[in-house]
Design a protein around this ligand. Sequence first.
Ligand SMILES: Cc1cc2nc3c(=O)[nH]c(=O)nc-3n(C[C@H](O)[C@H](O)[C@H](O)COP(=O)(O)OP(=O)(O)OC[C@H]3O[C@@H](n4cnc5c(N)ncnc54)[C@H](O)[C@@H]3O)c2cc1C
Length: 484
Amino acid sequence: MNFDALRTPLRFLDQEIRDIPHRDVLAADEIWWASEGNAISASVDRAGTPWLRMFDRTGARVDEILYSPDYWKMLKRGYRSGVLWRAFEEKSLLPTYALLYHTSFYDPGVCCPYTVSLGTAVPLSKYGDRELQARFLPQLLRKDDSVWQGATWMTEIKGGSDLGANVETVARLADGCWLLTGDKYFCSNAGAELAVVAARPEPATPGVRGLALFLVPRRRNDGRLNYFIRRLKDKIATRSVPTGEIELRDSEAYRLGPAEGGIYLILEVLNTSRVANSVASVALAQRAMADALYFAERRMAFGKRIVDHPLLRRQFEEHFRNLRGALALAWEAVALLNEVWQERPPYSDRFHLFRLVAHLAKYWTAEFAVQVAKWGMEVHGGLGVLGEFSAERWLREALILAIWEGTPHRQMLDGLEVMERKRAHGMLFDRLAPHTSPEELQHVETRVERHLKLPAEEREASAEALFRGLAAFTANALVRDAGD
Ligand SMILES: Cc1cc2nc3c(=O)[nH]c(=O)nc-3n(C[C@H](O)[C@H](O)[C@H](O)COP(=O)(O)OP(=O)(O)OC[C@H]3O[C@@H](n4cnc5c(N)ncnc54)[C@H](O)[C@@H]3O)c2cc1C
């Protein structure tokens, strides 16, 4: 087996996906990352948590996040390349997700600001009224370094999985303007010019039905700060995105969408980022493998290169096959999202199929990234645990990819729900039928149906084996579809 496609993201995308959009842009980016970007990315990671300046020297509250100027160069490059504006200009998410893959190979953290900016621009463009769109959307879609960034803040201190119970931020209407008060505990891209925020409009209704999505600008209409950054998190990885705690204090806000059904908008935002996370996870796994390959081709043991020892070679082959499956699954989620991203509730069957595939992809690719990154460390032997080489970084980054945008438990349980309530697995099996044997398909179908008939408690308790099996089956079938 030839592993050359592993060496750069473009080579692998070229091999696996037909008609990669804007190949020329990715190729130019690749040269930049090799000559400059890799060093910037490594230094941002090594420098650790960025620095928050809360006051200026006159004592005014400013809440500025300070990075080295190189960081901004790395970040803004992706916006200029079109990670956001192309989606709206070309009315397609494919260029965005190709760029996200490409970027994540080099820096999985920097993929987050792009994702949450997308997660802000999309609901604004779908659910904001004309005036709101005219006021804020163009800034997010700028093609130069003056581009604004977005953010998506839902999670509070009591927990992110159960938003219905734990979002306590309230929204009250005063003189026709919404004012938000509450604390958000995990806020990536803190400092963004715009954020979409989950809050509970008064009079408060409990549960998910009482939630709505609001657009919150960084500055109030009179120019003062509209939200405050209490502190930045000291994280094990994704250091190229500042994650902070945000205080909303009568913060001016604009409700997106109708009074009812805000939870659907929140889930749409999460869906977009889960797909981005899937793509980022595969890219990270590719990077961990590429670095392991580089090392294994140079390290000698027992008279030959370690890559030429049968045991290690077989592991490379297996991971490479699984990498192809992981990309096929992630890209299926991208392709389906690209079909349904303009839908509003009530959603089509296609949308429910997308949801199932997105849960499978988020779960499977993140787990895969963790396994491959751990293995990549092992291939490096003792050097793998040293901070001066990159292998340990990929493991740190992968561990976060598995948690944010919903933990594996959340993916399994939500995936189960869309199968139970919408029969999404039937649509998935129709899609996969041409690429599997009837016996294999029948076996998986029977397994899923049997599982769905279990008593509720057992259905949840034993969801992992089913979900893992279904994800592996889907990934393998999709690779065959790609012409294996
Ligand atoms: C670096 C980083 C950046 C983040 N950035 C953002 C951001 O920008 N915006 C944002 O809104 N959030 C953000 N988050 C929050 C993230 O989405 C949450 O951490 C995640 O959704 C899980 O929520 P939690 O941490 O509160 O865990 P909890 O919800 O408290 O869950 C704790 C554990 O219980 C499990 N669990 C919960 N319910 C069940 C169940 N029914 N069955 C089985 N197990 C269950 C969970 O899976 C988890 O393992 C970020 C997180 C990190 C780590």
